[in-house]
Design a protein around this ligand. Structure first.
Ligand code: VGL
Ligand code: ZN
Length: 209
């Protein structure tokens, strides 16, 4: 193992959406998504502070293609707050698909932040809903606990990991994305765009920590 940045007590590991529906066999499978599970579990042991996010949609959520008659998953539509990619029904509240992967074992994770629970609005980012103005409260939680650097891993690199990392930066945290703890969906080159954007915004991409 190579050595990456040193981890200290002001760091929080943010584990994004490591849920069954984003793993092979799930409703919105990310290629090789379950490969992040052992990487994330091992990495989490090095962090004193860990928070998890959980994509958590009501049935009939507006990000589901199934509620836009005739539209197909991965098409883009305009919703009230801007463009939205449509997805297969996924991570429906209280279903097995919305549960964390059963091998994800992080007993000391202190916070599970659910997002995307309002029918009309999606939430990729752990910090703001997709209207880019409604806060989830995560920034305040982290600040109040004296945490200043956010290390992001999980699914999917080019959606929820990307927007969580960008927003963390925007509200003043130092941000690292550990790429071998992430896998992406890749809609129209979105993985390459993610690497470009994150780098440009001052998010450090590393391969191990
Ligand atoms: C995600 C698409 C829809 C993600 C969540 O976790 O990246 N992607 N909902
Ligand atoms: Zn979702």
């Amino acid at each position: 193992m190579g050595s990456g940045p040193t981890i200290d007590d002001r760091d929080v590991l943010l584990v994004v959406d490591v849920q069954n529906d984003f793993c092979p066999g799930g409703a919105l499978p990310v290629h090789d998504g379950d490969a992040v599970v052992p990487v994330v579990t091992r990495l989490a042991e090095k962090f004193r502070h860990v928070a998890l996010t959980q994509d958590w949609h009501p049935p009939g959520h507006h990000s589901f293609a199934s509620v836009h008659g005739g539209r197909k998953p991965y098409e883009q539509v305009a919703l009230s707050y801007g463009p939205q990619i449509l997805w297969p029904d996924h991570c429906v509240q209280e279903t097995a698909g919305a549960a964390f992967h059963h091998e994800l074992t992080i007993p000391h994770a202190a916070l599970v932040l659910r997002k995307g629970f309002r029918r009309e609005i999606d939430s990729y980012s752990a910090f703001f809903e997709n209207d880019q103005t409604t806060p989830t409260g995560l920034a305040g939680y982290l600040r109040e606990r004296g945490l200043s650097r956010v290390v992001v891993v999980g699914l999917a690199l080019d959606f929820c990991v990307r927007y969580s990392a960008e927003d963390a930066r925007k509200v003043g945290f130092d941000v690292i994305v550990v790429e071998d703890g992430c896998r992406g969906i890749d809609v129209d080159g979105s993985i390459a765009a993610t690497r470009r954007e994150l780098t440009q915004q001052g998010v450090r991409l590393v391969d191990t920590m």
